[in-house]
Design a protein around this ligand. Structure first.
Ligand SMILES: O=S(=O)(O)O[C@H]1C[C@H](O)[C@@H](O)[C@@H]1CO
Length: 623
């Protein structure tokens, strides 16, 4: 295959072409959010049930129970953990938390542990609570002692630092709070709002798990779509509400998310904005728009309070703290300046409710445009239906398909008419090799982890996004993160467990495109419809030509490139991600496929061999 490159750029590469889609789908709590304790505040739990205790277990014969506290810590946190020390107790007795399928104990970290306690009725008890990090069989890695007295009948917060003496390989560890049983027989102590937090990404309070955040950051994404996806809301009453996710953690009630577990909302709107600032991304922020996945579409004359809530959500992010209460709240929480925001998404996948979207879009965008004329609003129905007023300038397209589909549809946007509409490819991924069962079981073709057949197919499609980035302004693989111990969706871009992060072949593909963008698109010989696709850009500041090649097929492809420039350097670099069709990074084989960079011979015309199932990025400078 000979590729002739045109020396005249056709259009610039838009700043948001590669970014990340986020929602809490086994990815926030127990994932990128640094809190290590599961069910830390018994949010949304039914008191006096076993389920309410998930994540916690009694130690050495005590009895623990989640109760609706007669004097709760806060309105948002009505539940507390009641510890009762029975007669006959001896030794350290209490309870422990096993974390999110493990706790990473690292001797180079100092952990902040905290909780509230009180004696529900006064007693003359005087003794110490012992706070520990220990293995599940009792090896103590860190401990701290907290003197307590039975006269403490109002909530009292305890904050201690824990610095482990060693770093066990195993993450089968527990956080425990105990008391000397013999001296505490008959005592009752109530506890609430536990927290155990290691050092966070960039040291941000209530921040992010360092290794996962660093992995995201290393992809150099330009935007972060939040807070969902389906997690925007499964019902009107359980929808994501910005105001329930900001402020003191004891004032956050949490909510039943769309993926079958309670979201603590400790990773809330302000934390999302700090995430964007700390990773140099801009938010693409969704507002709930009157439709929820249980099929409810609010009637038009019920929309006003939800439109107001959306206005308040946006004002929390960009409002003037001297004129807007939500903005004043932001200032009071430490960020007087507005955050950066230009794109607001109206709902999520409203192609599920196209008819109500006609008035929901009209009324949300009508009001939001009046309040925030500078913002750009993204429609989430299909561009083809329904007709919306005002006419959307941006649409969010989603596609989950097979490797073949992505390679065959690399020209998807070439035929989209240029009519002033811009497209956000907000969710795309190879989910299965089975076109008739894209969301099926692993035995029916579903991928657990991305593999090279899928990632090279995605790369073929991505060359099309880049070629058509005059109308494709943003794109992100979805979903982003997966806890390998508990997930509702696969594959995901990055997998993790309590102490490791597993970047996938699709992560490296996203990273190769994102860190090698270039500033302008150079037209070239168009690929034939098939499995070999490429896209050429130039990075004007460094006068570097960047050639991205996706070979989504099973055969090696010999290619030659003709560059119309003088001064093309004779040596360039090739960074290649390649492997067999089923080659995949997994916890068992975390580095099965990683990018390899080497020098290649380049010049005004040069050849390159693209391996089967590979993604290559060639860089050659023009002096
Ligand atoms: O079942 S789906 O609609 O395919 O769910 C997908 C689409 C939705 O926006 C996102 O939350 C989810 C996984 O990425």
């Amino acid at each position: 295959t000979t590729v002739n490159v045109d020396g005249t750029a056709a259009h610039s590469i838009p700043p948001l072409l590669f970014g990340q889609m986020f929602e809490d789908i086994n990815s926030g709590d127990g994932g990128i959010y640094a809190e290590l304790l599961r069910n830390r505040a018994f949010q949304q739990m039914q008191p006096n049930t076993i389920e309410a205790l998930f994540g916690w277990a009694p130690i050495n014969g005590t009895s623990i129970n989640v109760i609706a506290d007669p004097v709760p810590l806060s309105d948002a946190l009505p539940n507390s953990l009641e510890l009762t020390i029975p007669s006959g107790s001896s030794g350290q007795v209490g309870f422990g938390n096993a974390g999110y399928w493990g706790i990473n104990v690292n001797a180079s970290w100092t952990y902040n542990a905290s909780f509230y306690y009180k004696f529900p009725s006064a007693s003359d008890f005087s003794g110490n609570l012992t706070v520990m990090l220990q293995s599940s069989i009792g090896a103590v890695y860190a401990n701290a002692s907290v003197p307590v007295h039975g006269s403490t009948t109002n909530w009292m917060q305890v904050v201690v630092q824990l610095t482990p003496a060693s770093s066990p390989v195993s993450t089968t560890n527990i956080f425990t709070v105990t008391v000397d049983g013999a001296s505490a027989i008959g005592e009752k102590i109530n506890f609430a709002m536990f927290s155990l937090v290691p050092p966070t990404f960039k040291g941000r309070a209530n921040g992010l798990r360092m290794d996962i955040a660093q992995t995201l950051y290393d992809m150099k994404p330009s935007f972060f779509r939040l807070p969902g996806g389906n997690n925007l809301g499964n019902s009107v009453s359980t929808r994501w509400q910005w105001n329930a996710t900001v402020g003191n953690l004891i004032d956050r009630p949490g909510r039943m998310g769309d993926w079958g577990y309670v979201n603590t909302d400790g990773l809330g709107l302000l934390e999302y904005m700090y995430l964007c600032e700390d990773m140099e991304m801009e938010p693409i922020m969704a507002v709930w728009a009157g439709y929820s996945l249980d099929g409810t579409s609010l009637p038009e004359n019920d929309l006003a309070p939800y439109i107001q809530q959306a206005i308040d959500q946006i004002n929390f992010v960009i409002g003037d703290s001297s004129t807007s209460k939500p903005a004043a709240l932001r200032a009071s929480l430490g960020h007087p300046e507005p955050f950066y925001l230009q794109y607001v998404e109206i709902g999520n996948e409203d192609f599920f409710a196209p008819n109500s979207y006609i008035y929901r879009w009209r009324d949300f965008v009508g009001n939001l445009t009046a309040t925030f004329p500078q913002l750009k609003f993204i429609a989430t129905s299909l561009p083809s239906y329904p007709t919306l007023d005002p006419i959307p300038k941006q649409y969010d397209n989603h596609v989950y398909q097979t490797p073949g589909w992505f390679a065959e549809n690399a020209f998807y946007y070439d035929s989209v008419k240029r009519d002033g509409t811009y497209y956000f490819e907000g969710e795309y991924a190879v989910t299965s090799t089975n076109a008739s069962d894209l969301y099926g079981t692993f035995t029916d073709g579903r991928l657990i982890y991305p593999n090279m057949q899928g990632s090279s197919g995605e790369a073929a499609f991505m060359t099309g996004l880049e070629r058509n980035s005059d109308i494709v302004f943003a794109a992100s693989y979805a979903p982003l993160l997966m806890n390998i111990a508990n997930y509702q969706w696969s594959p995901n871009l990055i997998s993790f467990d309590a102490s490791h992060v597993y970047p996938s072949t699709s992560f490296y593909t996203q990273q190769l495109f994102s860190v090698n963008r270039g500033t302008e698109y150079l037209p070239s010989t168009l690929p034939q419809n098939g499995t070999l696709h490429w896209s050429v850009t130039r990075d004007a500041p460094t006068n570097t030509v960047i050639i991205k090649i996706a070979n989504a097929g099973m055969t090696t492809e010999e290619m030659s490139f003709e560059l119309p420039f003088v001064g093309v350097q004779g040596t360039g670099t090739a960074t290649v991600l390649s492997g067999s069709a089923t080659a995949s990074n997994s916890p068992e084989t975390p580095n099965a496929v990683t990018p390899v960079t080497s020098q290649i011979k380049t010049g005004e015309s040069f050849s390159y061999t693209a391996p089967a199932y590979s993604v290559s990025v060639l860089r050659v400078e023009v002096k």
